[in-house]
Design a protein around this ligand. Structure first.
Ligand SMILES: [Zn+2]
Length: 268
């Protein structure tokens, strides 16, 4: 499952692979690829050079000279790969294969893939609505706290954290892991959390995501470990669907409780 760290890593990898190289060929092997409906734009991509690979939360935008942007969202199952020449086009699952000198860049499935103009990207309501990207260089704890305070304070913090309009890039895994690291109860309403608690949550979540970005490994202490002992206190971990989308939240009822933490109550 791709969260912000995976997308930022993909952006780095693709920028490195395609730097200064012309796209020699574009293939769309999978009949279900959304690019099958964009034949004219696919043609225009041939011969273009990548100018920037940009991650915005869970969205990846490959900007090409000539004004086209390949916009992808990987959803639950999609992925980007860089493979030696000849390997990508043989994969019939591929939504797109970009051939450059010595390599192929392959996108497999996902929830969206579109060739768009820069103007279309600029006016995309979903991109415009994104909250601050947790992995953006300028992101800091105060930005994160302010973003969490801008949304409806009656929301549960675990539900607000995965709303891309609040903070971009946090998915289900980092939601659970971030709350656990910061000892925040994911079911607590934002209104009932102090700024210090939110700051701690933002700092812990961002640190875990930066670790994922730099190492390619998602740090997992509690995700998908319901029933197993909490690594911190030994109580059995729990899980339950949260929010309208019923995204599963993992947490420890015993050590993720507000007010349990030294130094927090005094600050309230
Ligand atoms: Zn615990």
């Amino acid at each position: 499952m791709a969260e912000g760290d995976t997308i930022h890593r993909a952006a780095r990898k693709l920028a490195e692979a395609l730097a200064g190289k012309r796209i020699l060929d574009v293939e769309v092997p999978n009949p279900r690829s959304p690019l099958r409906r964009q034949g004219d734009r696919v043609e225009r991509l041939r011969g273009a050079t990548l100018t920037e690979a940009e991650a915005r939360g869970k969205h990846l935008l490959l900007h090409f000279e000539g004004g086209l942007v390949l916009h992808s969202h990987l959803g639950m199952r999609g992925s980007w790969q860089v493979v030696p020449t000849g390997e990508g086009a043989r994969d019939r699952r591929a939504w797109v294969v970009l051939s450059a000198e010595g390599l192929e860049v392959v996108e497999l499935e996902g929830s969206r893939l579109d060739l768009r103009t820069e103007r279309e990207v600029r006016s995309d309501p979903r991109l415009r609505a994104l909250g601050p990207d947790v992995l953006a260089p300028e992101f800091d704890a105060e930005t994160g706290v302010a973003a969490l305070r801008l949304t409806d304070q009656s929301r549960e913090v675990g539900e607000a954290l995965v709303d891309q309009r609040v903070l971009a890039g946090v998915g289900n895994i980092y939601k659970s892991e971030g709350c656990w690291s910061a000892r925040i109860d994911p079911w607590q309403r934002l209104a009932d959390l102090s700024d210090d608690e939110l700051r701690r949550l933002v700092i812990e979540t961002a640190a875990l995501m930066r670790y994922g970005l730099e190492t390619g490994r998602m740090p997992r202490s509690i995700y998908r470990r319901a029933g197993q002992p909490c690594p911190r206190c030994g109580a059995p971990l729990r899980s339950r669907g949260q929010g309208d989308a019923n995204r599963r939240t993992y947490w420890c009822e015993s050590c993720q409780r507000s007010g349990d933490n030294p130094g927090v109550e005094e600050d309230q």
